[in-house]
Design a protein. Structure first.
Length: 316
């Protein structure tokens, strides 16, 4: 770097992205499997900052600035080592299917193994495999992908204070109901063309994410993450199905309120609900009434879609 340069390395982070893992638990005749996509990153924030800065962002950022600024590879834990670490801990762990705990096992190992690493980041996507039912009985070793929704977690482990942040989520949960949704009474101006409706199709692909109140490792290791994920998913689906929806916003708020009331371990929860539109097909030129109470054939619109997002947390 030139001596008179005003540019400096503001932050470094690097690791291994998209590590695919399939873990099979062989428990006699009955077996379980878990498929994950894991991303690991290590982070070190440089201690000094010149008065003028540019921010350097890399897909794989470094843990120590000298690996960038002075070509010093002695501080680099290779990304191949990161991949091997994920696979070996998956082999040793009984918690691969409990992704929040599995992620904490990885971050704990990283900080114990490498004294020069200050933060460890792990992001996990858990892909869906559901046990097949054959002749009315769960099959001992066969599974089906019965939906594209996935379970996620993002864990940040900070050496200072041994502080951990855990975020969990569900994504790509596609839901639809053919009635029980309306949208009217909205603000109108000279550009408004939307017609008020008292009954419509409501469809969305749910993305939800929630953060936990605790930050210490002892508490975070003992939270029942699978039960909370199943509970949030059930609340989401049940609320979507049963709420006489005045708007996507109102239904979203009810989902958040119910989840926070039921699970005090959750500090805050956010939803993104893109409104997937279904528009009635105009058949009037054919002398066919496909409007109002007779509306039965729709055209699914790929885009644009309304996107509704909101974050809500406990007070106090």
């Amino acid at each position: 770097m030139a001596a008179n340069s005003n540019a400096y390395l503001k932050a470094t982070r690097y690791g291994k992205d998209l590590v695919r893992v399939m873990r099979v638990y062989r428990e006699g005749e009955t077996q379980r499997c878990t498929e994950l996509t894991v991303s690991t990153c290590h982070y070190e924030k440089p201690k000094s900052s010149p008065p003028f800065a540019i921010q350097v962002r890399l897909l794989l950022d470094g843990d120590i600035a000298t690996s960038y600024t002075h070509a010093d590879n002695s501080v680099v834990v290779t990304t191949d080592t990161c991949k091997n670490t994920v696979n070996i801990i998956a082999k040793k762990s009984q918690n691969v299917d409990n992704i929040e705990v599995f992620a904490q096992e990885i971050t704990e190992h990283v900080l114990k193994q490498y004294a020069h690493i200050s933060h460890a980041y792990v992001d996990i996507i858990k892909h869906k495999w559901t046990r097949l039912v054959v002749d009315g009985k769960p099959h001992p070793h066969s599974f089906v992908r019965d939906g594209e929704d996935v379970q996620t977690t993002s864990v940040v482990h900070q050496r200072a204070g041994n502080k951990i942040t855990v975020r969990s989520g569900l994504k790509k949960l596609l839901v639809l109901k053919t009635t029980g949704s309306a949208f009217h009474g909205f603000y109108k101006d000279q550009y408004t063309t939307l017609v008020p409706v008292w009954d419509r199709i409501f469809s969305t692909a749910v993305d939800a994410e929630w953060t936990f109140t605790a930050s210490d490792s002892q508490t975070l290791r003992h939270i029942n993450y699978p039960a909370i994920h199943a509970g949030v998913r059930k609340i989401t689906c049940d609320t979507f199905a049963t709420d006489d929806s005045a708007s996507v916003q109102a239904t979203m708020y009810l989902m958040q309120t119910t989840a926070l009331d039921q699970f005090p371990e959750i500090a805050e929860i956010s939803y993104a609900l893109p409104n997937k539109h279904y528009v009635g097909v105009d058949m009037s030129k054919f002398g066919i009434n496909n409007e109002g109470k007779n509306l039965e054939v729709y055209h699914p619109q790929a885009d644009p879609s309304g996107k509704l997002q909101r974050k809500r947390g406990h007070t106090g």
